[in-house]
Design a protein around this ligand. Structure first.
Ligand code: NDP
Length: 291
């Protein structure tokens, strides 16, 4: 049976360390501040935003919750971002994605001052990451690397297979894991919907990272015995037995995979808490850089 990687506990540990940093900044009169912008009323986005604000509060950071109606114009959003760029109380700006379809995500991200881009999505941050220069790393990939580090799982020399090539998870994670750094030096394969034989690829993985957004698509027979399995997926599956009418599941069939893997992350309680922790990490870093 696999060892369960407890993202909540690793996260709690890291947040204790971050709290000390916040305390010491506050002694110097600096309170790290995060602005969270939510456009529209998507329930999943709302719950992510609430969790981010709550976490800021727990660390004694300042958070500003800005909600805009779904029919707000792109110009209004860019205008708001412009003001937040100038705001001295704000160290990090997070615009919750996805945006309504009438807004251009690339244009909105470009509007954020790279020095406040705590999501690490701005092309300047992405470019610096690829060139291995100091920058804000995207939170989910960074959180995954931290989880591996905590479990003393070294990617060096390992075969890593990532299922998913999105700009926020698959692509940056693949990039980080090939870097000549302690968190990298792996041999990485990235799979997607045009990969002809997914099982052949996943069975080759020493570290298998599922980030496809497809509930339980990775079955136990797709996992190499002894592999480390990181499940990034967060999927809402209808479930009448639950009061809220759905349950959360990952991209991995957990009960099957835990019998084959050496380590595995659960959903919820694996990668999710780490994503928020790395957002706090970046915001504190930004406050330190700025002041
Ligand atoms: P996207 O939808 O942007 O990307 C999904 C990727 O998976 C695409 O590259 C797609 O391929 C690939 N894919 C989809 N289905 C298959 C399949 N059957 N076989 C092979 N590849 C497939 O998703 P995100 O990267 O934004 O998110 C992925 C998952 O991770 C979601 O469940 C999301 O909710 C979750 N997530 C969790 C976070 C956390 O903190 N825990 C943070 C961010 C995301 P193609 O490019 O060919 O379409």
């Amino acid at each position: 049976m696999a060892i369960i990687i407890d993202g909540k506990s690793v996260s709690a540990d890291l947040r204790e360390q971050l709290k000390l940093k916040v305390d010491s900044l506050k002694e110097k009169g600096i309170t790290p501040g995060l602005a969270v912008v939510l456009i529209g009323d998507d329930p999943a986005s709302r719950s992510y935003v609430t969790a981010k604000e709550k976490s800021c509060g727990e660390l004694g950071m300042y958070s500003r919750d800005i909600r805009m109606p779904a029919d707000s114009s792109e110009e209004e959003l860019l205008d708001l971002i412009g003001k937040l760029n100038e705001d001295k109380d704000i160290d990090g700006i997070l615009v919750q994605l996805p945006l309504p379809s009438h807004m251009d995500e690339n244009k909105v991200i470009l509007g954020i001052d790279p020095s406040k881009d705590v999501d690490g999505f701005h092309p300047v941050s992405v470019g610096k990451m690829v060139l291995e220069q100091e920058t804000f790393l995207p939170c989910t990939p960074h959180g995954i690397l931290k989880l591996l580090e905590y479990c003393d799982i070294k990617p060096e020399g390992k075969k890593v297979v990532i299922v998913g090539r999105s700009n926020i998870v698959g692509k940056p994670l693949a990039n980080l894991m090939i870097q000549k750094q302690s968190w990298g030096n792996a041999t990485v394969t990235v799979c997607h919907t045009r990969t002809p034989d997914l099982k052949k690829e996943t069975l080759d993985a020493d570290i298998l990272i599922a980030a496809a957004g497809q509930p339980e698509m990775i079955s136990g027979d797709m996992v190499k015995p002894g592999a480390v399995v990181i499940d990034v997926g967060v999927n809402r599956v209808p479930d009448d037995t639950r009061k809220r009418g759905y349950r959360l599941t990952g991209d991995v069939m957990f009960e099957e995979a835990e019998k084959v893997a050496s380590y595995i992350t659960p959903v919820p309680g694996g990668v999710g808490p780490m994503t928020i922790t790395m957002l706090l990490f970046n915001t504190i870093q930004s406050a330190q850089n700025r002041k």
